[in-house]
Write a protein that binds this ligand. Structure first.
Ligand code: SF4
Ligand code: SF4
Length: 458
């Protein structure tokens, strides 16, 4: 049994049985206070111990608030998604950079690069509490020359960092490898230039393969096992005959794994057909690499300042009466994740914002002057509307006539119309488990405890 087990079991019991929020937050404060010297006694530094406890406390408070459908959140998102660049030189048929997609969907997606101060605000605000950051959503991250710098900053907050690239761009492979990036998806849907360019339209296959070689060589040169390189190959009718060839190439090139997946249907592009009669599969060539990273983290001193703030004190600043709304269903994205594009616009999930939708997709715009958690992007008017919508929907339906519903929908966010309310967030319980095991350097948590902390299912 790990040394935190009893304390966390008690907190989990409170979440399941339901307890008064103030008492729950006091228990979280007590948990942090008691656990800190215990963690330090295992050999962890004070700042590292504070960082670890802050993230565990945030998971637990977030889970409590999710289970109770709270509108205002004291917890912070555990998953961060950010686009270093709104733009891409390719125009794949399933993506907003494709002309047919643009005509059909009308995305609201102006081009731009993420500025350093916009990112610094974001990472200092959310990084201390979070577990994972993805540097990709709807753009090519390596278009921004500061992306390795952004990754370095994220590593100071003890975050697991991932990036997905089409690799059809020129970039400094050594700088990227040395940034501390943990996981990298290489999006290459073909093993020859002829098949590759049918979906990755505008891409340069030879440049892509040259970049894979540079990444593998930069890893060897630095002696690093990360970033763990995973070739992602989307299976279409036009490329399914190259599965074996791609697998051989991936092994020869020295990437760590190759994954063959079925894409979602691109119905408006008749010449692009999802592969029939093939199975999704993954082949791992170097399984240990991900677990064996030996980097010593350069942890931000911000942790110590934030750790001293009591969770129960935050409650005093929040309006009374906004806590115990509970009915209907809710969406885990609204409690777990925040998404920001390169222009500093915040979204609740990875949906494409649209120009003529009749609903709000953009939940907030970064405001570098406003800096308390009540006005935080994660508690913006639209976030609160969406959470309240799910908490109140059964009550609303009981009311007579359409008037209350119409009034409610005047300020509606896309969540009201969303067809996928129950989809799981991109960062799954499995990813959280992986993260907790990785940062638990002195094995203070048992596997059972890690399952408890990372399990968010209602
Ligand atoms: S490479 Fe990625 S971001 Fe670029 S067009 Fe294709 S799917 Fe979109
Ligand atoms: S309800 Fe739909 S639109 Fe709203 S956050 Fe969840 S997945 Fe996104």
């Amino acid at each position: 049994m790990g040394i935190l087990d009893r304390l966390i079991h008690d907190l989990q019991k409170k979440i399941i049985e339901g307890s008064n929020l103030h008492q729950f937050l006091e228990s979280i404060d007590q948990f942090c206070r008691i656990s800190l010297p215990t963690l330090i006694s295992t050999g962890l530094s004070k700042t590292y111990s504070e960082a670890l406890l802050l993230k565990i406390a945030n998971f637990l408070v977030g889970k409590y608030q999710y289970k109770n459908y709270h509108e205002y959140l004291i917890s912070s998102p555990y998953a961060l998604i950010i686009d270093p660049a709104n733009g891409c030189p390719l125009h794949c048929p399933g993506c907003l950079h494709n002309a047919t997609f643009q005509n059909k969907i009308g995305p609201d997606w102006p081009n731009g690069l993420l500025a350093k101060d916009t990112y610094t605000y974001f990472i200092e605000k959310f990084g201390p509490y979070a577990s994972t950051i993805l540097f990709f959503n709807w753009g090519e991250p390596l278009l921004n020359k500061f992306t390795p710098t952004f990754i370095r900053q994220a590593k100071q907050f003890l975050l697991h960092t991932s990036l997905s690239s089409n690799l059809s761009v020129r970039f400094d492979a050594e700088d990227l490898v040395n940034s501390g990036l943990d996981y990298m998806v290489l999006s290459i849907d073909g093993a020859t230039p002829q098949t590759y360019r049918q979906y990755r339209q505008g891409g340069n296959f030879n440049l892509v393969i040259e970049n894979v070689r540079k990444l593998v060589s930069a890893k060897k040169k630095s002696g690093k096992t990360t970033p763990w390189l995973c070739w992602h190959f989307l299976l279409f009718e036009h490329n399914k005959h190259e599965v074996q060839l791609a697998k051989t190439m991936a092994n020869d090139l020295g990437v760590d794994a190759i994954k063959f997946s079925l894409p979602y249907d691109v119905i408006w592009q008749r010449n692009i057909q999802i592969a029939q009669n093939v199975k999704e599969n993954k082949y791992t060539f170097n399984d240990n690499a991900r677990a064996n990273t030996t980097d010593e983290p350069n942890i931000s001193k911000l942790f110590s300042t934030i750790f001293r703030q009591k969770w129960s004190d935050k409650l005093n600043n929040v309006e009374k009466g906004l806590y115990d709304k509970r009915s209907g269903n809710t969406c885990q994205w609204l409690y777990s994740t925040i998404v920001m594009d390169a222009l500093g616009r915040y979204f609740p999930c990875c949906y494409v914002p649209r120009r003529k939708a009749g609903f709000t997709y953009i939940f907030s715009k970064q405001d570098l002057q406003n800096d308390d958690y009540l006005t935080s992007p994660f508690n913006s008017e639209y976030y609160r509307f969406s959470r309240k919508h799910f908490a109140w929907i059964s009550e609303l339906k009981k009311q007579k006539g359409f008037a209350p519903i119409l009034e409610h929908q005047k300020h509606a966010t896309y969540c009201v119309a969303c067809p996928n309310k129950k989809i799981k967030p991109l960062i799954s319980d499995f990813d959280l488990k992986y993260f907790l095991k990785k940062i638990d350097r002195t094995r203070i948590m048992s596997n059972e405890l890690i399952d408890i902390i990372s399990g968010w299912s209602l």
